[in-house]
Design a protein around this ligand. Structure first.
Ligand SMILES: Cc1cc2nc3c(=O)[nH]c(=O)nc-3n(C[C@H](O)[C@H](O)[C@H](O)COP(=O)(O)O)c2cc1C
Ligand SMILES: [Mn+2]
Length: 503
């Protein structure tokens, strides 16, 4: 009996979305070349249900694609519902509740995966000459892309040569040939680190890629947990159950037993091929192709009627913002707390394409520290920018804790009315950062340093524990009892379902 539930079984996740109307079973013929992606893009941009494409032209019957697996939903159907379903949480889960759950699991004992004999991912086993990645509906995602992408919502599995650390991580991979993929393995990311260890031994890196993975495992693979932390054990702690895994056919690694598709083989120690361009998480497509490692597929196993999930990267909100951004928020908040900073919450605004993180400051605790703004900004930069999570995000925006940082309208209001041009900005030209940020100079991108800032939307009196007023909004301008009364009677006044307030 395979492991069940939306967090630990992708097929259950899809069925649950269909059951609540947050996915649409599309029977019309759809072309995996651009059309499936165009529909998915439009879904993100209109917050429509996830498209399940079951009739793909030029593809064997049964092979399916799921677009927008963690797109946002309309406000009335639970904005974060699809994201929450990745963790088996209720559709009205708030961002704060989600972050606290992710952080609690970081401090819990890891729960190691359980190896089982077999599972649904072995329903079809193809080896050697039978391997043909082109059998799958590998989508062309944007007309500017340099190729079709197999892996946009799957994770790589690699293990250190000494066997002590197994890494699950998301990184894109482009179809290179019938048995090969090509994609980045950045040296700062754990995939690149472990690949380097094998290269130094002069050996190929044993590798697998899991698509249609248990959603909680996929999210963990997109989380900047520290080096040497096994994502599989984190998923066990997060979900309260060991992830059931099976042995791969060829290379001694493990993959989730109920995954839709598992590719296995090795990363060549020296072979590279041009990859990209691909429309990216920051919402731009650049024109260069870059040489990247080649992944050789020696066996493919898959479920019957397999579903390949796809992320059509670009303008928010897509999975680089909803999944990656949320997982970065949790890791960054944990880091700031561990460094003793007076923070309330941290949130990568999805609208900011994972290029900024907003941090709300606990004003009471801030006043106790006696810090001025420069010291606070330097301390936040010192805590985040050198960390595995903070490397990914170039800008930090500080606001007071009267702002709900998960509400972009309030963040914009704070920036407009509280950020003081010329005084509220601290730059860090030596801080290390991901070189993909669009505005970096050629020199910053080459050196991997600079282009990072802390922007303060704190007012001078916030450092003294005083405020000269409160926001004039529903939450601050009416007594708590009256707020409750208005919410309780919302439908009685004649309005449609209110949804729960954000916090
Ligand atoms: C949908 C999605 C796509 C991603 N694509 C990439 C990618 O192509 N390259 C990359 O380095 N990171 C990518 N990431 C981010 C990494 O998965 C993330 O930084 C993670 O922490 C990496 O794992 P590691 O911390 O174990 O190295 C992506 C994340 C998501 C959610
Ligand atoms: Mn990792």
């Amino acid at each position: 009996m395979p492991q069940r539930g939306s967090a630990l079984n992708f097929r259950d996740f899809v069925d649950e979305l269909l059951a609540v109307g947050d996915a649409v079973d599309i029977r019309r013929p759809v072309d995996p070349t651009l059309e499936a992606a165009a529909v998915t893009r439009r879904v993100y941009e209109t917050r429509s249900p996830a498209p399940l494409f079951g009739n793909l032209t030029g593809t064997e019957p049964g092979f399916r694609l799921l677009g927008a697996p963690a797109g946002l939903s309309s406000r009335t159907s639970g904005t974060y519902g699809r994201l929450a379903a990745h963790f088996g949480m209720a559709r009205d889960t708030t961002p704060r509740e989600l972050l606290e759950k992710l952080i609690a699991a970081m401090h819990a004992e890891p729960v190691a995966p359980r190896v089982v004999e077999t599972g649904p991912c072995k329903e079809h086993v193809l080896r050697g000459d039978a391997v043909d990645l082109e059998r799958f509906p590998v989508p062309l995602l944007h007309q500017q892309d340099g190729g079709r992408y197999f892996g946009t919502y799957g994770f790589h599995v690699v293990r250190t040569p000494d066997g002590r650390w197994t890494s699950w991580s998301i990184s894109r991979s482009m179809l290179h040939g019938p048995t090969t993929l090509v994609g980045p393995a950045m040296p700062q990311q754990h995939l690149g680190m472990i690949h380097r260890m094998w290269q130094e031994k002069g050996e190929p890196t044993p590798w697998a890629m899991v698509l249609g993975a248990p959603p909680a495992a996929l999210a963990a693979a997109g989380m900047p947990l520290p080096a040497e932390v096994d994502e599989d054990g984190y998923v066990g702690a997060l979900t309260g159950s060991p992830v059931e895994v099976v042995r791969t056919e060829t290379n001694g690694l493990h993959a989730p037993a109920n995954a839709e598709i598992v590719l296995e083989g090795y990363i060549s120690p020296d072979e590279t091929a041009p990859e990209g361009p691909m429309g990216e998480y920051h919402g731009h497509t650049f024109t260069e192709r870059k040489p990247q490692p080649v992944f050789h597929v020696e066996a493919v196993t898959h479920r019957s009627d397999p579903i390949l999930p796809i992320c059509v990267a670009g303008l928010p909100p897509e999975e680089n913002h909803t999944i990656w951004g949320t997982m970065i928020s949790a890791a960054a908040l944990d880091q700031l707390r561990a460094d003793g900073l007076p923070v309330d919450l941290a949130w990568c605004s999805y609208e900011a394409a994972t290029c900024w993180i907003v941090v709300s400051i606990d004003l009471r605790r801030l006043a106790e520290t006696g810090m001025d703004e420069r010291r606070l900004a330097d301390a936040v930069a010192g805590s985040l920018f050198g960390s595995h999570a903070g490397w990914l995000v170039p800008k930090v925006i500080l606001v007071a804790d009267d702002i709900d940082i998960t509400d972009i309208d309030q963040v914009v209001w704070a920036m407009a009315t509280r950020y003081h041009p010329g005084a509220g900005e601290y730059t860090y030209p030596d801080a290390p950062g991901i070189p993909m940020v669009p505005y970096l100079t050629a020199e910053e991108a080459r050196s991997g340093r600079g282009g990072k800032a802390v922007v303060s939307c704190l007012l001078p009196e916030h450092f003294t524990g005083r405020t000269h007023g409160v926001p004039t909004d529903f939450r601050h301008a009416y007594p708590a009892a009256l707020q409750r009364k208005v919410l309780d009677h919302w439908a009685d006044y004649g309005f449609a379902a209110p949804g729960r307030p954000a916090r």
